[in-house]
Write a new protein. Sequence first.
Length: 254
Amino acid sequence: MTTHGTPGPRTTHNDDVDWDRWPVADYLAENYRELHPSDAAVIAHHSAFFRGLPRGSVARSVEFGAGPNLYPLILASGACRRIEAVETGASNVAYLERQILCAPDASWQPFHRLCRELNPDVPATLAAALAGVTVVHTDVRELEPGAYGLASMHFVAEGATEDYAEFAEFCGLFVRCVAPGGYLVAAFMENMPTYRIGPASRWPGCPVDPDVVTEVFAPLTGELSVTRIDADPTLPDYGDTGMVLLTGTAAERP
């Protein structure tokens, strides 16, 4: 609310951000150079979902806004024959291509071991788990509706904007990129404000919680399950209160 004609703080939208400059090295150092308890909890939750899918049963899946995070790609590798890691930021694309075309960083090995321990359908080596991944350098808003049998999204929609309507728009695009009946699996930072990575860079956040996520996804999905985990004290304090986890299927569209 504004008073006396004074404008309030400007809301940052997705297109206001230079995603090509995402600080990959700082982000990985702060979050993924070791396996933190929160990510182990996400992996356990998602592995239970993926164990319900027969090995190789999904012809084509998408990691919606992949970033430099490899563990969602590993999780999907047991069920999905082709995984498209769709990412718009140039620095993230370069990192993903190095990991998949050259050799993955050793720090991802504990993530792979846990994924395989919890779901034996995950290929036996990290390289094999990533062998079905193709990096696609494009904006997720350009994805063809109904093109995939499964869509996965991790910490994207709530970290792409400060605007709730735009958050909901990204969630809608996420659901619509799979065919009706297609599978959905996602994780969101809970109550994530605008936040800092590394010494200087600031990035948008749209605070959401299980009720908000349910409100957005319920009209678009079937078999919807939304749960949460508490904040992880071993991670940097970005201001979030935990993570919201989702599984479901895409509803029939009118």
